[in-house]
Design a protein around this ligand. Structure first.
Ligand code: UDX
Length: 436
């Protein structure tokens, strides 16, 4: 199959590289010249384990290329994927679709043969039908089909999620679109994955519903965690006891400082707006968003308590600022709420993160970047574990406590426990959902 992928952001790049690895001929299109040069040289602009090797192999084998010439990429393609950004629009919380529609119209003008135009970007219900309408308006002369093919990739595990999906969801309403989509994903069939074939609106809705449900699990357990602290229960035991019930499942029940990232905050917000537009308020999702905001702020109260009531003049070491481990992404990370509160309260903040510094230098002005946890903790009054990177999972707590001015630990990912901390010399310890 010949595939054009419009947009080389996170989703576009991972999808393009993986499709080429299936054996398809893939041309990725982007407008950013510098990015294109880097990509052609095999340089991956994001941190995603395994992506660089896979990309280099497929470039070398001649199946994957990069261009700014959309018309040339689209010419002769059997499927054109739209994987441009759909950021939250300023002011009203709606997904901004201007990039999607601009791409659709540009593609339409360039098409030379019947083609399936597939939307991979997360888009509100109705967008694919509007894409079809706009494409047909530009090209009444050609048979063009559309398909919706939402992605369910986790950052940090995107290659595996793409190659071994729990399911592939495809919204397509013509025989030809269904056939082309089945052919694109056929190389996966050896692994026997379920393909959900449905209409355009259901495919679009599936993506929002899935992400909002996962976000709901997180906000739910975070709220239970707050109650656990009051009643003397341990949220880890509660989550385990709940999760062993197969109807509930044990995933996404880790209490923490709140969810972040490029998907959950944006998609829950967009779903809430879609609900309001159709006079069917999504009350659960609206509450999930509010609970997540509250969870982040609740962490700040914990840190103030550990600093004896004030951040002023304290040195605070923060371990991890990305929204989760194995990514350099800081979008909507709890760190963006918590770290400015520390600085605003008069603390001197030292930060370490295995991948977060490049983005963090712009997003967290006023912090000092340290090489590792031990350097960050030296002389500090509080140590905060904010992201559960592997390298923070087996720290020498004794060494950290000895080097600190006042050995207090805020373990916001529940990696350690009070006993371990106190045995290692910490004089104060707090975590999430385990004790007041
Ligand atoms: C998510 C979805 O998992 C993916 O299917 C979707 O299409 C894109 O959004 P991603 O944003 O990469 O993927 O991260 P994910 O691993 O889902 O974690 C999201 C956030 O939830 C992180 O901030 C993480 O720390 C938090 N989280 C996750 C919890 O706080 N507790 C949990 O139990 C799980």
């Amino acid at each position: 199959m010949r595939i054009a992928m419009i947009g080389t952001g996170y989703v576009g790049l991972v999808s393009g590289v993986c499709f080429s690895d299936f054996g398809h001929q893939v041309v990725c299109v982007d407008k950013d010249q510098r990015k294109l040069e880097r990509l052609r040289a095999g340089e991956v602009p994001i941190f995603e384990p395994g992506l660089d090797t896979l990309m280099a192999r497929n470039i070398a084998d001649g199946r994957l290329s990069f261009t700014d010439d959309l018309a040339a990429a689209v010419d002769g393609a059997e499927a054109v994927f739209i994987a441009v950004g759909t950021p939250t629009r300023r002011g009203d919380g709606h997904a901004d679709l201007s990039y999607v529609y601009a791409a659709a119209e540009e593609i339409a003008a360039a098409l030379t043969r019947p083609t399936v135009v597939v939307t991979k970007s997360t888009v509100p219900v109705g967008t694919n039908r509007e894409v079809l309408r706009r494409i047909r308006a530009v090209r009444p002369d050609l048979v063009i089909d559309v398909a919706s093919n939402p992605e369910f990739l986790r950052e940090g595990a995107a290659i595996d999620d793409f190659m071994r999906p729990d399911r592939v969801v495809i919204g397509a309403e013509t025989e030809r679109a269904r056939k082309v989509m089945a052919e694109i994903y056929r190389p996966l069939s050896l692994r026997d994955f379920p393909m959900v074939q449905t209409d355009l609106e259901s495919a679009e809705m599936t993506k929002y519903a899935a992400n909002a449900f996962l976000a709901t699990k997180i906000s739910f357990i975070n709220e239970i965690a707050a109650l656990c602290e009051r009643v003397g229960a341990d949220v880890k035991a509660v989550a385990r006891g709940m999760g062993l019930d197969k109807r509930i499942g044990d995933k996404f029940l880790h209490a923490g400082p709140g969810y972040g990232g490029s998907c959950f905050p944006k998609d829950t917000m967009a779903l809430a707006r879609i609900g309001q537009d159709h006079s069917v308020p999504q009350r659960i999702t609206e509450t999930v968003i509010a609970v997540n905001d509250h969870t982040k702020r609740r962490m700040i109260d914990k840190l103030i308590d550990l600093c004896d009531g004030s951040f002023n003049g304290k040195r605070i070491a923060v371990l991890g600022v990305t929204f989760k481990p194995n990514t350099d992404d800081m979008r909507e990370a709890p760190a963006l709420t918590i770290v400015p509160a520390l600085i605003g309260g008069g603390a001197e903040v030292r930060v370490t993160d295995p991948q977060g510094q490049r983005e963090g230098e712009h997003l967290l002005p006023g912090v000092r970047w340290m090489a590792n946890a031990y350097d960050a903790a030296d002389g500090a009054d509080l140590l905060v574990i904010l992201t559960e990177w592997n390298e923070f999972r087996a720290l020498d707590l004794g060494r950290l406590a000895r080097s600190m001015n006042r050995a207090a630990l805020a373990d916001l990912r529940n990696i350690y426990d009070r006993q371990m901390a106190e045995r290692s010399g910490f004089v104060a310890y707090d975590s999430v959902g385990r004790e007041a």
